[in-house]
Design a binder for this molecule. Structure first.
Ligand SMILES: Cc1cc2nc3c(=O)[nH]c(=O)nc-3n(C[C@H](O)[C@H](O)[C@H](O)COP(=O)(O)O)c2cc1C
Length: 231
């Protein structure tokens, strides 16, 4: 099967938000569609590894921010290239909070939905959800997955690398302080896995990663094998 053929199916890009304890989780998603009119239903497909997916399961609701073409590339990097398990993503960008859920202020529309159904597959969980509110719609061109793949992702990578460089300077300082403390995790090191350094996708296919063809690409963000690292 040519996995690349599936990239011909293009969607918009959205920031999905959910409550996470006292804070919020958030994830970049493209797999969003309206699937019914009566009642108004949307579907969103989340990877099972996503923290936002866990938070939607726990809270039963989510927000969708429809991203415009002129969105700051860092917003994509912030929500798409790292997990809410590790970072308070909503502290890194501007947000508007409406009825207890955060949204991207520049969004072309903001939608709130309550989960009514769930389908669980090996890689993804699909939520069917009833729209309970839709607001702040404004004119503008939506950012599409195709636009992201056709060039915008390079700007996103630049924004993410600049952000990571800033963070690692801070982490290096913390590590220097922590060096004197004994390690709390003295167990076995976790098994290393080939991971996309751009979007975090973890390769778990049957063919050994090294034997994949040279033109193989990350099925999530489309970068080549050279962007994968054993982590
Ligand atoms: C262009 C792009 C599209 C993505 N589409 C989806 C998607 O439709 N569903 C999903 O669960 N993750 C998608 N992701 C991956 C998540 O945004 C990413 O794994 C994120 O780190 C998950 O964050 P979380 O653990 O805080 O939920 C996409 C990433 C990129 C870069």
């Amino acid at each position: 099967m040519q996995e690349n053929a599936l990239f011909a199916i293009t969607n918009g890009l959205y920031v999905l938000s959910a409550k996470d304890g006292a804070g919020f989780a958030g994830s970049l998603v493209d797999a969003v569609s309206q699937v019914a009119v009566t009642p108004y239903l949307v579907m969103v497909s989340c990877m099972n590894t996503s923290r936002t997916k866990e938070c939607i399961e726990a809270s039963g609701e989510f927000g969708i921010s429809v991203l415009p073409k002129d969105i700051d590339p860092f917003v994509i990097a912030n929500f798409g290239y790292q997990s809410s398990r590790d970072v308070q993503k909503w502290n890194n960008v501007a947000k508007v909070e409406i009825d207890g859920l955060p949204y991207v202020p520049e969004a072309l529309a903001k939608i709130r939905a309550r989960v009514v159904n769930k389908l669980v597959y090996a890689s993804n969980t699909v939520f069917i959800a009833e729209v309970v509110d839709a607001f702040d719609s404004r004119p503008g061109e939506p950012l599409t997955y195709k636009c992201y793949r056709d060039g915008f992702k390079e700007q996103v990578a630049v924004a993410f690398n600049a952000y990571k460089a800033g963070r690692s300077a801070g982490q290096a300082a913390c590590a220097a302080v922590a060096k004197t403390a004994p390690s709390a995790a003295a167990g076995q090191p976790a098994a290393k896995r080939w991971t996309c350094t751009l979007c975090g996708y973890v390769y778990e296919g049957d063919i050994p990663f090294e034997e994949l063809p040279d033109d193989w690409r990350c099925p999530l963000c489309g970068v080549g094998k050279e962007m994968f690292e054993l982590q």
